[in-house]
Design a protein around this ligand. Structure first.
Ligand SMILES: Cc1cc2nc3c(=O)[nH]c(=O)nc-3n(C[C@H](O)[C@H](O)[C@H](O)COP(=O)(O)OP(=O)(O)OC[C@H]3O[C@@H](n4cnc5c(N)ncnc54)[C@H](O)[C@@H]3O)c2cc1C
Length: 397
């Protein structure tokens, strides 16, 4: 593993830094970065992604014919690092860029690639993920939403739940049961569904953060053209798992964890308790050191994944390790920030005494959700132990 950057890469970094400094949107005073309900905020986030794309800094590794630049992963890593340093807003179209986009590149027809990929990058079309159902979360393959092939169309009936961003998404990549008589993993197909189709009802669910981050989605005789099937009929489990590995890497983004840790450090260095800053308190220092060690270990794990990717080695269970470690670490960082703030941490976002715009209590709750979303920590441990360490499989019905 070579951890140094070449002179060309350093020159590229300088160029990116100059561009970001000149273009990064002003941070909103009251925004935590994870509230999605407001149309003005959605429009601003779409505009930011488009600007970044037009500058050539989104999905740089994608093939040129689909809007990427065929660049190596190191360049995208440099861009991500610089965005982190500049504390730039996240990309609203992440589920498209990181989940369904790479899946379509791998499994999509040429027509699907031409139709969807570029619009994912420009944020013209936002995607949501229709996997979970009531009773089918960890045991995803038990899903019941039914799609019946009638002529050239699927007729979809059923319900999804916990669908993040469905309230403003244009498209959903969705798992449906197309063969109820087959063993459960073999009767599933992967469909692309237009969220404007007649028969779809989206009902927002308020999360404990107070934000309507995810939704229930109901399908009543929704017609989906057969050409929106990705991969083979009844082979959707294979496609779904490719998307899941991409999702786990997205949720396990090291840059977000580093950004959170830097925020915690700034807070501890600023906040006065008992006549000194929190960062000078030996107990807090110990906590910060422990967290920093975990952040660094995670960063090097990400470098290892980067090396695998450059050398085109199979990522194995890397995505699950990433997801497990980083989502739990993010939550522990938020918990430490709450401890640093003491009773200030309990203030509502609207209070004039609130610290750091009230992001930490929201982060504490939101990061707990991400330990669950994308497959819970327990499920990641099952995957790591069975597929990575070769331990006996758990007994499943
Ligand atoms: C913030 C957030 C966003 C989400 N966004 C989306 C989305 O956009 N699209 C989507 O489709 N879904 C989404 N989800 C749903 C998510 O994928 C599921 O919540 C998750 O897979 C767990 O399923 P469940 O909630 O049904 O819990 P269950 O599967 O009922 O699990 C309950 C508990 O049992 C444990 N458990 C279950 N099975 C096992 C096992 N075999 N071994 C050990 N322990 C086990 C779990 O770890 C958990 O602690 C989101 C969830 C959250 C929290």
């Amino acid at each position: 593993m070579d951890l140094s950057y070449t002179p060309e890469q350093e020159a590229f970094r300088k160029k990116v830094r100059v561009w970001i400094r000149a273009n990064v949107p002003v941070r909103e005073k009251d925004g935590s970065g994870i509230e999605y309900g407001d149309p003005k905020r959605i429009a601003a986030l779409k505009a930011w992604q488009r600007q970044l794309y037009e500058a050539g800094y989104v999905a740089m590794g994608w093939p040129t014919e689909y809007g990427g630049q065929g660049a190596d992963v190191v360049q995208q890593t440099i861009v991500n690092e610089e965005l982190l340093l500049a504390r730039a807003p996240g990309l609203i179209g992440m589920m498209g860029i990181q989940m369904v986009g790479p899946t379509l590149i791998q499994f999509g027809t040429e027509e699907q690639k031409q139709r969807y990929l570029r619009r994912i990058l420009t944020a013209e079309e936002i995607w949501c993920q229709g996997y979970s159902e009531p009773g089918s979360g960890s045991d995803l393959a038990s899903l019941k939403t039914r799609a019946e092939l009638v002529g050239d169309e699927f007729i979809v009936n059923g319900q999804k739940v916990w669908t993040s961003n469905a309230q403003f998404a244009d498209w959903m990549f969705c798992l449906v049961r197309t063969d109820p008589s087959a063993p459960k993993h073999r009767g599933i197909s992967y469909l692309l569904i237009d969220m404007q189709s007649p028969g779809i009802t989206v009902r927002p669910l308020i999360q404990m953060t107070g934000d309507p981050g995810f939704n229930e989605v109901f399908f009543e005789n929704v017609r989906v053209p057969r050409k929106n099937l990705v991969g083979e009929l009844n082979q959707g489990w294979l496609v779904a798992n490719a998307t899941l590995a991409h999702e786990r890497n997205m949720l396990g983004a090291t840059t977000r964890t580093q950004q959170m840790f830097n925020g915690l450090l700034r807070l501890a260095q600023r906040h006065q308790r008992y006549g000194r800053t929190a960062a000078e308190d030996p107990v807090i220092r110990q906590r910060l050191a422990d967290l920093l060690i975990r952040v660094e270990a995670m960063k090097y794990h990400a470098f290892r994944q980067l090396t695998d990717s450059i050398k085109r080695r199979s990522p194995g269970i890397g995505a699950s390790v990433n997801k497990l470690v980083s989502t739990e670490l993010n939550h522990d960082i938020a918990a430490a920030a709450m401890e640093v703030m003491g009773s200030f941490g309990t203030l509502a976002r609207s209070s004039r005494h609130v610290m750091d715009r009230g992001v930490w209590p929201v982060e504490l709750m939101f990061t707990l959700g991400l330990i669950i979303g994308g497959g819970t920590s327990q499920i990641q441990k099952n995957i790591i132990s069975e597929r990575g360490l070769g331990m006996p499989r758990e007994h499943r019905q």
